[in-house]
Design a protein. Structure first.
Length: 184
């Protein structure tokens, strides 16, 4: 499975692509950070991010996108910008019929380090080890994008099992309701 991990942001947007192998084996294929100047109008910044993401989607052809879920943060403007960037990215994937999954920062930290409260240095260190990189990815947005992709690769089997179980439960509910209706 080829996963594009995205750490959305207006000033710095981390992008990564990894491929999963057997078990927990993952291989980094590419990583970068898209930067936009803070003095540029919002719509121009979003366009820059959109263009970069469109290029990555066309170049790397991921099977799925893993995007960091926006969480309540002290600065509403930062949260809003992050959400807007994430929306542009999810839209680009939807246009190509690519599945999108959102993961919270604590889910990503727990998957990569075993601790949902790990700091950025711990995440970067573990990403470097897991992917057997020769150097730590910088800035932190690059490491976070890689961590998101790793998290999704490792959680994907569980996500698929949950979706299958939910579909089965929905079918059983429909069957039961049909039987009840037929009995009355």
């Amino acid at each position: 499975m080829r996963v594009m991990g995205v750490d959305p942001g207006l000033t710095r947007c981390g992008l990564s692509v990894i491929e999963s192998g057997s078990g927990r084996q993952v291989i980094a294929l590419d990583v970068d950070v898209v930067r936009t100047p803070s003095d540029q109008p919002l719509h121009k910044r979003l366009l820059t991010i959109s263009n970069a993401v469109e290029h990555w989607l066309d170049t790397h052809c991921p099977d799925v996108l893993a995007i960091e879920r926006v969480f309540a943060n002290q600065n509403a403007n930062t949260a809003m910008g992050t959400a807007q960037a994430g929306g542009v990215i999810a839209l680009a994937a939807a246009r190509r019929d690519i599945d999108v999954h959102f993961h919270t920062p604590s889910e990503v930290k727990a998957a990569v380090t075993g601790n949902g409260r790990a700091d950025k240095a711990q995440v970067t260190e573990m990403v470097t080890r897991i992917l057997a990189l020769q150097a730590k990815p910088t800035p932190a947005d690059a490491a976070d994008a890689l961590a998101l992709a790793i998290c999704h690769c490792w959680r994907a089997p569980m996500i698929a099992r949950m979706a299958k179980a939910e579909a089965m439960a929905a079918e059983q509910r429909r069957t039961y309701k049909a039987k009840l209706k037929a009995a009355t």
